[in-house]
Design a protein around this ligand. Structure first.
Ligand code: GLY
Ligand code: MN
Ligand code: MN
Length: 431
């Protein structure tokens, strides 16, 4: 485990919150993710299952959590199954959790080896009516392989066709958007690591450096601080800054270019998601500065507009109204174009030519974190705010992105100490 230990109270409390949503005679089973293969005998670095981590703090492959609050035997009401290690596993793969360690991390008293799972599962299926299984229900997920979750649901439903099956995702999407103080502290640490990386990069960037080198500077800072990249970093100079998901990161940064950095660190599986756009030569041109300040104004406006009780879709609309106003001021669109576009298709307002993506998303154990569609913002949500203006004809785009905690008494910018004003950026780069 690369990160400092997390108090098991976080995971105990998360399981309590889940239990409170379950009907009588429920059985919840949560699996670790498969390790995705690459080519030949290669595999990717295991990615912890976010729901399993949320409920146990365990990231180890093949682990299974079982919650069965009404089980006849008290000892069956909460169990964690982990891989039993042996000499062979130790030699080839290294260290695995012992039972006392799994207990300590998760706060679960009953830890079993995986080999005991089939017998205990059979027993609990016989006692339960409602079975809650996991599925990826992120609206933008695009999955072409059968995941462990999908395979487990298929096999379980085939073996036990008469149970009443439910979507665990529906409950997790209700719980996970609301972050506890411990979770916010972990996201703050991810933001702090991101800030260190950005600071280092601002001192490093000058005409002639390659995007690869900039990525390496972030990696150096993130990894030595026990973090990692939260997602493939976007290090996009010049025209590349108009490519929303650019990640070739291999072009030389030229004098006069802007460099868009959409980079975040992850710490203890919690993510930061930052975007800053900086001038390669250390100083914005007047045109770059005007566009930059418009984006910054929309960022500030949208941050203030994040309020408990508001629907994400209404916030999106507000952000579009703010952006429209800026684009009109910049004369990138005209009132006539606005009117005509709205008449032709209200879903394609004129501003979308320059700002074509969403203004923000929930952030947490997943970078695009889960939340129930149609659920209003509430205290404890962490949202990104990330407006942008993209100008392919002028060879640059600007995006800025902060991570914002919503509370009952106003918002907290978790990236409030990462420089963003033109003056701050220019001063930082001068160093
Ligand atoms: N870096 C991914 C995003 O901003 O949503
Ligand atoms: Mn981002
Ligand atoms: Mn984002």
């Amino acid at each position: 485990m690369r990160h400092a230990p997390i108090p098991s109270s976080l995971f105990i409390e998360n399981r309590n919150r889940l239990r409170a949503l379950l009907p009588e005679k429920s059985l919840v089973i949560v699996n670790a993710n498969d390790i995705p293969p690459t080519n030949a005998d290669g595999s990717m670095i295991p990615v912890p299952n976010s729901d399993l981590f949320y409920l146990t703090g365990v990231a180890q492959e093949e682990s299974i959590l079982v919650i069965c609050p009404d089980a006849h035997e008290e000892k069956h009401r909460e169990m964690l199954f982990v891989r039993e290690t042996n000499e062979q596993v130790t030699v080839w793969e290294g260290y695995k959790l012992t039972k006392p360690e799994a207990q300590q991390v998760s706060g679960i008293r009953r830890i079993h080896w995986l080999s005991e799972f089939p017998v205990l599962m059979r027993r609990l299926m016989c006692e339960s009516d409602h079975v809650f299984l996991n599925s990826n229900e992120h609206a933008r997920a695009d999955i072409h392989v059968e995941t462990k979750d999908a395979r487990f649901a298929r096999e379980t439903m085939a073996a036990w066709p008469l149970h009443s099956y439910h979507r665990l995702a529906r409950l997790m999407h209700e719980l996970r958007p609301v972050k506890s103080a411990e979770e916010v502290a972990l996201i703050k640490e991810a933001c702090a690591i991101t800030r260190e990386g950005f600071d280092r990069v601002c001192k490093f960037v000058k005409p002639g450096v390659n995007e690869t080198e900039v990525e390496a500077e972030f990696a150096h800072e993130f990894i030595r601080r026990r973090g990692r990249f939260a997602y493939n970093p976007i290090i996009a100079s010049g025209a590349n800054s108009n490519v929303l998901h650019y990640n070739d990161n291999c072009r030389p940064c030229k004098k006069g270019d802007l460099l868009l950095l959409d980079v975040g660190a992850a710490y203890a599986n919690y993510n930061a998601d930052m975007t800053r756009t900086i001038p390669v030569s250390g100083k914005f041109t007047p045109r770059q500065r005007d566009i930059y300040n418009s984006v910054l104004k929309v960022l500030r406006g949208c941050t203030d507009a994040l309020k408990p009780g508001k629907l994400p879709k209404d916030w999106q609309k507000e952000s579009e109204a703010m952006m429209e106003e800026e684009l009109l001021k910049l004369k990138l669109i005209t009132p006539k174009e606005v009117k005509e576009a709205n008449k032709a298709d209200p879903d394609k307002p004129a501003l979308k030519k320059y700002f074509m993506h969403g203004v923000g998303h929930p952030l947490g154990l997943d970078v695009h974190d889960v939340a129930t569609i149609g659920m209003p913002f509430g205290p404890g949500w962490v949202m990104t705010v990330e407006p942008g203006i993209y100008l392919p004809k002028e060879g640059f785009g600007v995006r800025l992105e902060d991570d914002i905690l919503i509370t009952a008494n106003g918002n907290v910018n978790l990236m409030g100490d990462i420089p963003i004003e033109v003056k701050e950026i220019e001063a930082l780069m001068k160093r």
